[in-house]
Ligand binder design. Structure first.
Ligand SMILES: CC(=O)N[C@H]1[C@@H](OP(=O)(O)OP(=O)(O)OC[C@H]2O[C@@H](n3ccc(=O)[nH]c3=O)[C@H](O)[C@@H]2O)O[C@H](CO)[C@@H](O)[C@@H]1O[C@H](C)C(=O)N[C@@H](C)C(=O)N[C@H](CCC(=O)O)C(=O)O
Ligand SMILES: Nc1ncnc2c1ncn2[C@@H]1O[C@H](COP(=O)(O)OP(=O)(O)OP(=O)(O)O)[C@@H](O)[C@H]1O
Length: 492
């Protein structure tokens, strides 16, 4: 492909060389440059890609894209734009032939509930005959095939990888793709240049404030998704930020579809029946009422499945497909997943890693727990001042709802796990909760099992579907379902 055609609609300054040269690929990491490719320098949070231009030239880059002046030695074309991340999204879309134009892309954003809402949407659309792609926290799929990702691939991949995934989906006959769109991705332009037909907003509660600093900034980042949608915006009106968003979107060309339980919304739920492992309700849409049966417990799965009902309604899906699609979801990896159960005890793994998520997970299990509710959890977060509010909020929730908290490590990364545990434990104690601190997460899980008695429920919160733990710079294998099963069966 000619570099000039890639830059057809992108303003740039030519610093060196010619624009009329062919490029064979695009890379934003110098280590992945191949001869003939365009290297895009990104100023990162830890290093600056502009420092690796020489490496890119050494590996054969034909062109370099920068956002600040750099001296590049060698016979290469050098172009400058205002923002290389924003340009990368457009270049990637152009390089892969704007694949999202040929897919029905549905974006799901919000603090919690994106993964499960996306899986309900996938199931309903499959029921209606679509071949589905999925991109999110628990991986990427094109039809039944898993797309290659790395353990470091974010929930919403970098734009170059995202557009490649869309192209791959299109080649594999995928007709519609539901993807989780994180606030990081929106702020860092990863999802820019994507043709979103429908956007779904689940809720907004404190998280990721290390990047966004204030709830208002966090909200504005999430709201960016709805500037890109062309057909419908599906918004939870029971969330205060959802109300604010709906107000902003009511006169847009993309149709507004609201949902909720408490608020007066276009799609709403009544006759909610919560059981230990199932949830039932009637969903009301302007097209009629639908009996919904969800094979997951708690009000959060009423919300997450209702988001999918509203999205399917907005997409014109027949009610019978909606009911069947939701019924077909039997479990979602790491989302209130029962990893062990016998007549004495039950062990549940859940991805709850925010104050709101932890409260919802505990209050879902509590009414059906005859014995004690034992919580194993840790808090990953930014260090010092930035991390403290999260540690404090999660400690309070644990003290309020768990009968015993085993405070342990999450992904301590380069922070001192003992210091995090001490900070969380102090809050649990101050709030009158019972706690034990055990730094080794595997030991903490084993201890919870050892002390559990008849009718106790153990909730292991924070890592959900994840299969590794990051301590320092090392990523160690960590599969909670296996740890539980091996310890109980005496194999460990
Ligand atoms: C905080 C954050 O978003 N970080 C992203 C950011 O990393 P960074 O700025 O630290 O990158 P960096 O390491 O400084 O490198 C800068 C540039 O130099 C390049 N480089 C680096 C080394 C080298 O030898 N050569 C070279 O060219 C890198 O490839 C990169 O392009 O830019 C990188 C490349 O653009 C991303 O991969 C990386 O996401 C990492 C994987 C990450 O963990 N992100 C998380 C925080 C995230 O995005 N989470 C959200 C939220 C999930 C949710 O809770 O919903 C998500 O979407 O997953
Ligand atoms: N609607 C909801 N409201 C509050 N908490 C929820 C809701 N849905 C799920 N949760 C809790 O949050 C956790 C994460 O849920 P889920 O994976 O669906 O969210 P997510 O938005 O994809 O999260 P992430 O982006 O961090 O991957 C769940 O394990 C559950 O404890």
């Amino acid at each position: 492909m000619l570099l000039s055609s890639l830059f057809k609609d992108i303003p740039y300054t030519l610093l060196a060389g010619s624009i009329d040269i062919p490029v064979t690929g695009i890379a934003f990491d110098s280590r992945e440059v191949e001869p003939g490719s365009l290297f895009i320098a990104i100023a990162g949070f830890t290093v600056d890609g502009h420092d690796f231009t020489a490496k890119a030239v050494e590996l054969g880059a034909a062109a370099i894209l920068v956002e600040r002046d750099v001296t590049v030695e060698g016979p290469v074309t050098v172009l400058k734009v205002e923002d290389t991340r924003a340009a990368m999204a457009r270049l990637a879309a152009a390089f892969y032939g704007n694949p999202s134009d040929q897919l029905q892309v549905i974006g799901v954003t919000g603090t919690n509930g994106k993964t499960s809402s996306a899986y309900f949407i996938k199931s309903i659309l499959e029921e209606s005959g679509q071949t589905m792609g999925v991109i999110g926290t628990i991986g990427a799929l094109a039809g039944g095939r898993a797309l290659a990702t790395r353990s470091t691939t974010p929930t919403t991949p970098e734009s170059l990888h995202l557009q490649h995934m869309f192209a791959d989906m299109k080649e594999s006959g995928v007709t519609s793709c539901v993807m989780e769109v994180s606030s990081h991705a929106l702020s860092l332009h990863r999802a820019a240049a994507t043709n979103f037909r429908i956007g779904v907003f689940t809720n907004l509660t404190p998280d990721h404030l290390e990047l966004h600093r204030t709830m208002e900034d966090y909200f504005e980042a999430k709201a960016m998704l709805f500037d890109m949608t062309t057909e419908a915006n599906v918004i939870n009106l029971d969330d205060e930020y959802g109300v604010k968003l709906a107000e902003r979107l009511k006169d847009r060309e993309a149709r507004l579809v609201t949902y909720g339980i408490e608020a007066t919304a276009e799609v709403y739920a009544t006759d909610i029946r919560l059981e230990a492992d199932h949830t039932f309700y009637i969903a009301h849409t302007p097209e009629g009422s639908i009996d919904i049966s969800v094979k997951l417990p708690g009000l959060i799965y009423v919300y997450n499945s209702l988001a999918a009902v509203a999205c399917a309604y907005a997409a014109g899906i027949h009610p019978s497909h909606i009911a069947k699609g939701i019924r077909a979801v039997s479990s979602i990896k790491g989302r209130l997943e029962v990893v062990y159960q016998d007549e004495d005890r039950k062990v549940v793994v859940d991805f709850a890693h925010t104050e709101d998520g932890l409260e919802k997970a505990l209050t879902t299990l509590k009414p059906f727990t005859k014995g004690r509710l034992i919580l194993v959890f840790g808090v990953y977060a930014a260090p010092g001042e930035l991390g403290s509010p999260k540690r404090s909020a999660m400690g309070k929730v644990a003290a309020q709802y768990a009968d015993l908290s085993i405070v342990t490590s999450d992904n301590p990364k380069n922070q001192d796990p003992d210091a995090i545990i001490a900070e969380v434990s102090a809050v649990v104690a101050a709030e009158g909760g019972q706690y034990i601190g055990i730094v080794d997460r595997k030991e903490a899980i084993r201890h919870a099992i050892d002390i559990s008695r008849k009718d106790d429920v153990i909730l292991i919160a924070g890592k959900g579907h994840e299969t590794t733990q990051v301590i320092g710079k090392t990523e160690i294998p960590f599969n909670e379902a296996e740890i539980v099963q091996e310890w109980i069966s005496g194999k460990a």
